[in-house]
Design a binder for this molecule. Structure first.
Ligand code: HEC
Length: 403
């Protein structure tokens, strides 16, 4: 194993670690502040400019929170800004995206059976989508549509599902999922960098100059931060989806993205309503459960299943045949010492060289290469046939015996 490989493996791991931690910090503060905002109560005797007050208890002490709706009369000496959680999440995420999906575009981003494009084209389409996503979202919020949150949400949802459909027709399912996650994540961070923080800065400048800040500045920031709150759950789903081929590699993968957004938004709505002490919208769980059941059904084998459905051999498949298939289609990457260019260590630690290893990973093989077409990656790089996939399926369904 070369030093470069060891360094790149650890570099990747370090980035992922950072990304997850930054994301936890960001989402945590997003949840916290939306909750705080919703729990603020108005009553007599609040100081000038205070829109509400809340009491909280945590870590052995009591907190008395008040919110100055636009700004306090005087700027405090010390002020904590919440922005690096968001920036660090995006920066580490983008670096990870480059190091995995852009540098190995043939493996992760491109599926030649979907669309045969070059790596640079794929990267351009990916970057273009992130920029376009933000520009369109920003224009929508600033237009008249931005005054009607429900309509804005519906239009945004339709555009997102359209983008999901579009990207699944350009990238591998896996690539499309991370791409849509990256588009939503970019919108969320750009909102912080381009709207929420700049508006807050203008408010500070006005205050220092003795002017009364425009309440519209704060309101615009608030709107974006509520949108961000509603988008967190779908983004996290998309970012962790790459181990679950039933989501990204099944035929209705783009519909599944839409349903996940429905689940994320309704679940957030439930908590946000509760924290605001509004009537609890229990119906949201019924919607979320129905959407989840629909996802399970859409990803299951049967009438909905992908291309290889119907070619399953009803015959007994001998283990030697399975071994031949795996050796010729999988082992070049899934070996202690992979021979595939660009694969330095057995991917995800999965080695498929000996009968025992093949047996051990039987259900993963079934899931990745028979039920779905997640493996071989890159749109079937090693050109496994549908008949071979069907043979793997028949072997697994008959008990995955190694003899
Ligand atoms: C061109 C190289 C390559 C080939 C060929 C290949 N794989 Fe993979 N496989 C990978 C990579 C890369 C990953 C890791 C993906 C990731 O980072 O999530 C992987 C991951 C897996 C995993 C683990 C999935 C997870 O998320 O835990 C399984 C199981 C698997 N492959 C099975 C197969 C089977 C079965 C075949 C043959 C039909 C096959 N692979 C062919 C590169 C390959």
């Amino acid at each position: 194993m070369t030093l470069a490989l060891v360094l790149s493996e650890w570099g990747n791991f370090l980035l992922r670690w950072t990304h997850v931690i930054a994301g936890i910090a960001w989402i945590g503060s997003s949840f916290y502040f939306v909750h705080l905002d919703l729990s603020l109560r108005k009553h007599d005797g609040l100081a000038q400019g205070v829109g509400g007050e809340a009491w909280q208890v945590h870590g052995g002490g009591f907190y008395n929170m008040v919110k100055y709706v636009v700004a306090p009369p005087h700027l405090p000496k010390e002020l904590t800004w919440f922005k690096w959680e968001a920036y660090a999440t995006w920066l580490s995420g983008f670096a990870l995206f480059i190091s995995l999906y852009y540098t190995n575009a043939e493996l992760y981003l491109i599926d030649r059976t979907v669309l045969d494009i070059s790596s640079s084209t794929a990267i351009a389409i990916s970057l273009g989508g992130m920029v376009a996503g933000w520009v369109i979202y920003d224009l929508m919020c600033k237009s008249r549509l931005g005054h009607n949150d429900l309509l804005l949400g519906i239009v945004g949802f339709v555009l997102l599902v359209a983008a999901s459909y579009g990207y699944t027709k350009v990238f591998s399912g896996r690539g499309a999922y991370v791409q849509i996650g990256a588009i939503i994540g970019t919108i969320m961070v750009a909102s912080v960098a381009m709207t929420i923080i700049p508006n807050q800065r203008k408010i500070v400048v006005d205050l220092l100059a003795g002017r009364t800040p425009d309440p519209a500045l704060g309101a615009a920031g608030k709107q974006r931060s509520v949108h961000n709150n509603y988008l967190t759950l779908p983004v996290v789903f998309l970012m962790i989806s790459n181990h679950y081929p039933l989501a990204f590699a099944s035929r209705w993968n783009w519909v599944i993205i839409g349903l996940v957004v429905v689940i994320g938004v309704t679940v957030r709505h439930f908590y946000n309503s509760r924290h605001a002490h509004q009537p609890t919208p229990w119906w949201t769980w019924a919607v979320a459960a129905a959407a989840f059941i629909a996802i399970v059904i859409l990803s299951s084998p049967g009438a909905f299943m992908s291309k290889s459905a119907g070619v399953a051999p009803a015959r007994q498949v001998a283990f030697t045949e399975v071994q031949d298939i795996v050796m010729s289609r999988c082992s070049m990457c899934h070996a202690a010492e992979p021979v595939w260019d660009g694969i330095g260590v057995p991917p995800k630690g999965v080695m498929l060289e000996t009968p025992a290893q093949i047996r051990q990973h039987a259900s993963a093989i079934y899931l990745q290469a028979a039920m779905t077409h997640a493996m071989p990656p890159g749109g079937n790089l090693t050109e496994i046939s549908d008949e071979d996939r069907a043979a793997l399926a028949a072997w697994y369904e008959a008990g995955a015996k190694a003899q």
